[in-house]
Design a protein around this ligand. Structure first.
Ligand code: SAM
Length: 263
């Protein structure tokens, strides 16, 4: 492949990822809708609803690789609409200033603008400076469609564990492995032909979207990722009990939700 990680040395991956998102920042939301046919919205709604932010009182949340603030906005809306909670807060963290800028612009139109409920912070998920992100600070750590872009998943998990309070929850929404062979075939067709094509037509940027598809294929399957979360010190599976696993598949595994609690 001409743009996949296979040809890119690990030490260059961070720069590559940064460039990809810099080139797509302004069209990112539109592309997201186009490529997933709007489904990412349903998944994100589902993700946040399962976490029930605000149910047990106001929370301090951190949304890492938060991009334009899709998850942060849902967390704040959920807490306010369900529990009349206007104290829950979210720190939106991203490595890319352009994405954060788009997020800031978007929040400007909301009631959360200029309140202590939201802050945008530029940092690398793998090494968040302790001065700005002290240990044992947050009740909830979310990362949606972000961890697969990071060079080291264990480093991200280590940092998540560090900044969470004991008893705090780690929650990840990510593209995952489809187990059904028929669905898997359809999905392959879609991702390898339609997505790069849409990238070309809508964003004039085939490579970036090709990269996104490839990064999905390289991400560890559900059981392996669950083990990495456990290895980082989290107890897994609490939210998924009754379903016999440490994760919840969405749409046959096209995406999945993994959670862990800091002991
Ligand atoms: N969470 C948002 C959403 O669901 O819409 C954004 C997801 S977007 C696919 C991935 C984001 O991860 C980009 O905004 C990118 O800049 C960010 N990112 C990539 N590597 C990162 C890293 N090492 N640390 C923090 N953010 C990173």
């Amino acid at each position: 492949t001409h743009f996949g990680f296979k040809t890119v040395p690990e030490e260059q991956k961070e720069n590559l990822v940064r460039n990809v998102f810099e080139s797509v920042a302004s069209s990112y939301d539109v592309m997201n809708d186009a490529m997933s046919l709007g489904v990412h919205r349903l998944w994100k709604d589902d993700f946040v609803a399962r976490l029930k932010p605000g149910a047990r009182g106001p929370m301090r949340c951190i949304d890492v690789a938060g991009g334009t603030g899709d998850i942060a906005l849902r967390i704040l809306d959920f807490a306010r609409e369900k529990y009349a909670d206007r104290e829950t807060s979210v720190d939106v963290v991203d490595i890319n200033a352009e994405m954060l800028k788009e997020g800031y612009k978007r929040f400007k139109k909301t009631m959360y603008h200029n309140t202590p409920q939201v802050a945008f912070k530029q940092a690398n998920a793998q090494a968040m400076p302790e001065s700005e992100f002290p240990s044992n600070t947050y009740d909830l750590y979310t990362i949606a469609f972000g961890i697969r872009n990071c060079t080291s998943i264990p480093d991200v998990l280590k940092e998540a564990y560090r900044v969470l309070k004991p008893g705090g929850t780690f929650a990840c929404l990510e593209f995952s492995r489809v187990n059904n062979p028929l669905l898997s075939t359809l999905y392959d067709q879609y991702s390898f032909s339609i997505i790069p094509l849409l990238g070309t037509i809508l964003a004039g940027d085939r490579e970036s979207y090709q990269y996104l598809v490839e990064s999905i294929r390289k991400f560890p399957p559900q059981p392996e990722f669950a083990k990495m979360i456990a290895d980082a010190g989290f107890t897994t599976g609490a939210m998924h009990e009754g379903k016999g696993g440490a994760w919840t598949d969405l749409w046959g595994g096209i995406a999945s939700i993994h959670t862990g609690v800091k002991i």
